[in-house]
Design a protein around this ligand. Sequence first.
Ligand code: HEM
Length: 262
Amino acid sequence: MSAASPARNPATPRHTALVRVTHWITVLAFFALLITGAEIVVSHPRFYWGEVGNVMTRPLFTIPIPSSRDTVPTGFNYVMPDQNGWSRYLHFQAAWVAVLTGLVYAIYGFWTGHFRKNIFPARGDRTWRAFSARIAKYLRRAPPDEAEAHSYNILQRTAYLGVIFVLFPLVIWTGLAMSPAFTAAFPATASLLGGRQSARTLHFFVSGFLLLFLIIHVAMVALSGFRSRMRAMITGGAGAPSLTTPEPAPALAPELANQERP
Ligand code: HEM
């Protein structure tokens, strides 16, 4: 049983409107970033370390795919269709959508105590035992217990913490560190990472971890009951157990006090 404090109020939605709206905008932006990011990689599937990297320098590693530019040596006798133009525009546009949406969500999360109450692992759950017990439960495909009907479990909280406070900030930092305009104003953002090409390589790996998060996240949603969890994340699921703070239960009239509640 999770030590996370249960909060039940059938009148309020499981997820607040702000969490739902920012979640689905982030998902849309993320898919746009993923597709356009892949197109940008195809235009130069070689990765370098340091400040400088081009077809004349030794790559750190190469993704074994043909490039969309015939000037890039890949070992393949084939050039992919070039989708680099619109991909770059959409990538930068979607990145700003993700950054601004993330900012609104972060301010809301701190301001309302949503992060403290619902995302940071509860004190009693911060143990390897609680962690491994929940993994074992997922592997057994056991249904979620009562506490999880109105509170994220330790694995969900850890994954959300990682994506909100580590992966997202890192992908934004490494992305900005590739922008000449940004690094001209804040050179340390690139030099701290080892240079602009190092930033690109790190950006690629952090994006890979975000993709891994996405796969595990959707699998965990599916194992907890895909339809009901999705319904709650789309409509709010008013009437379902809530993640938000409960209102006190109304007092019973004295003559009803000894009777069972319906
Ligand atoms: C990279 C893309 C995604 C990110 C960064 C992300 C992140 C998150 C975060 C941080 C939460 C917790 C929200 C909160 O309470 O503050 C959450 C919940 C949730 N997400 Fe995602 N998500 C992503 C993609 C998806 C996708 C593609 C789906 C569905 C197919 C999905 C379905 C859900 C559901 C149903 C919940 C609520 C889980 C529950 O109540 O047990 N997410 N997501």
